[in-house]
Design a protein around this ligand. Structure first.
Ligand code: AN7
Length: 346
């Protein structure tokens, strides 16, 4: 499949002037998580968005946002980011030859993501402030310099991100009962729901899955129902205290019959470890919040046994190896001799 704009062109707001930008994004694996599903008493699949070209789900919306910015004659792109949006924006900017500026919360972006923005050639600015402040400034910069904002305030970002819902239904042949996603700025859960709604309007599916949104306890404005002035979590991707799409997401979740909940950093890291060690799937901490949420629900008898669940694993574990290895013992070091290896193994 030749990327989102080709695969789903009939469902996207393309015109004859929209450039068909592509890094062959989307068409990510839907992986059965048999061990985890058995543990939880449900049928469970992971939509592994870490297999996108820049390693996160952001590519689905970014490809459309950048194509539409070029169509509109934008001189450049700007975004604020906890990391993945900036990596994706920088890649599509490089692909299309448009300049890109990214504003990052200083010291709180995983190294892999920072490396991506730098190597793709974006202008990277590190702010002494958090993501919520960076987004305010990105909007001001866009107005002052006439740049296209490619955060999820951009409707094309959200429209492109609907494609994850379409792929899940296409792959399963029906909608799942429940979709669970990590929530930061609340764009992806809103977009995924809108994708299911669009599929039901055109008669592709007969019902909408319940949408479950999981936040980190230290950055849980939607689970708590109030803004979080100083968000903090090991899952830096979702270290967001005032989600711009919060209102829409609350509506989407309520309409779908789902809910928001939060999990601790410890539960997130346990879920990451379990997913890697028992399923062979390595996702970044934010992505694992969804799986941690399922475990939390199971402990409260909140899962429907036998039903079909899809957890969207939003980003690749390789982006943040520090989070995955911190607190773990480094590998044993021995002489480069068979005898030394034997001593370790026997
Ligand atoms: C791996 O990159 O906000 O609820 O600036 O990177 O749509 O915000 C990233 C968010 C989940 C939350 N998982 O999605 C950014 C940014 C991963 C993420 C989310 C993000 P939204």
């Amino acid at each position: 499949m030749r990327g989102i704009l080709i695969r789903y062109r009939h469902l996207l707001p393309l015109t004859s002037k929209t450039p068909l930008v592509s890094l062959e994004e989307g068409s990510t694996p839907l992986i059965p998580l048999d061990s985890t599903g058995k543990d939880l008493g449900i049928r469970l699949f992971a939509k592994f968005e870490g297999a996108n070209p820049t390693g996160s789900f952001k590519d689905r919306g970014m490809v459309l946002a950048v194509a539409k910015a070029i169509e509109a004659g934008a001189r450049g792109l700007v975004c604020a980011s906890t990391g993945n949006t900036s990596a994706s924006a920088a890649a599509y900017a490089a692909r299309t030859g448009i300049p890109c500026t990214v504003l990052l919360p200083g010291g709180k972006v995983a190294m892999g993501k920072l490396a991506q923005a730098m190597v793709y050639g974006a202008r990277v600015i590190s702010l002494k402030g958090n993501f919520d402040r960076a987004l305010e400034l990105a909007l001001e910069v866009s107005r002052e310099l006439g740049l296209a904002v490619v955060n999820s305030v951009n409707r094309y970002r959200l429209w492109g991100q609907r494609s994850v819902a379409w792929e899940i239904c296409d792959e399963l042949g029906h909608p799942p009962d429940v979709v669970v996603l990590p929530v930061g700025n609340a764009g992806n859960i809103t977009a995924s729901w809108a994708g299911f709604v669009q599929y039901s309007r055109i008669g592709k599916i007969g019902r909408i899955p319940a949408m479950f949104g999981v936040q980190a306890e230290g950055a849980a404005p939607l689970a708590l129902g109030k803004p979080c002035p100083e968000p903090e979590t090991v899952a830096t991707a979702i270290r967001i205290g005032r989600p711009v799409n919060g209102k829409k997401a609350r509506w989407a979740v309520r309409m779908s019959g789902g809910r928001f909940l939060s999990v601790s950093d410890g539960e997130i890291l346990d879920a990451q470890k379990r997913l890697a060690a028992c399923e062979g799937v390595f996702a970044e901490p934010a992505s694992c919040a969804g799986i941690a949420g399922l475990y939390r629900l199971a402990s409260q008898n909140g899962l429907s046994t036998g039903k079909e669940y899809v957890a969207v694993l939003t980003g690749n574990g390789l982006k943040d190896t520090d989070a995955a290895t911190s607190g773990k013992r480094p590998p044993v070091e021995v002489d480069a001799e068979l005898k030394a290896i034997r001593e370790v193994l026997l």
